[in-house]
Write a protein that binds this ligand. Sequence first.
Ligand code: PAF
Length: 277
Amino acid sequence: MKIIHKISQIREIIKDLNSSIGLVPTMGALHKGHASLIKKSVEDNDFTIVSVFVNPVQFGINEDFDKYPRTLQKDAQLCEKLGADVVFAPSVDEMYQDTKELTLVCPPYSAINKLCGKSRPGHFDGVATVVSKLFNITKCTRAYFGQKDAQQLFIIKKMVKDLNFDVEIVPCPIVREDDGLALSSRNSYLDENARKDALKLSAALKYSKELWQKGIRDKQTLCDSALKILGGLDVDYVEIVNPDTFEDWQENDKNALMLIAAKIPPVNTRLIDNMEL
Ligand code: PAF
């Protein structure tokens, strides 16, 4: 397996590849959730590229870009073990000549004025821009995204449709620890107590799903019950959307997706999770 830092090298490698290419876009600090995406790509495609790039354009000024975990050697070992062919780990300068005068891909306001997009202005422009660049650089046939970032997945699917990218988006299920905690690179910021608090996200979703299964359809009741369990956290949102449209869930919608974002004290690690009810 090769670790490549230059766009020109990726272009050289894929030039003569007459085969399907799977792309797993990541920001590194790989965990079992990423591993499931890589395994699926290796199964589905002749050639798998894992990109490892902490994308500055999707971080706000007061967010954790500088302290985001960077563990390239360990990540590359995992990719190799799982059968990936290339790790593409460009520098910021390689990806962006000038982040201030950058042509951005901007998802529609209706998709970003809610949930994570509301509290992270510019975040999804940064995600859509870097993902478009990665699609163009790797010329991938398929790209793999985790369902934990549900709004991101919705926005990327829409972008692919709206901009006619010839890429199949493959959603992959959330991977959880045995106690329910959804895997995230940001879990590495949590000490023992914070990790216990972080479990409240999956517990709240699970409880709401139980209420839903008992026939409760009142949105306020479902959200309030979740909020009770999230007590002590700095909750950004608890919302229920129609998973096909990402519009607010209405009582005649058949499917419902509950999403939560909350900061875990004292380090204020922001975690997200979601569950289909
Ligand atoms: O989900 C992530 O890790 C990032 O948002 C992505 C898709 C790799 C873009 O930087």
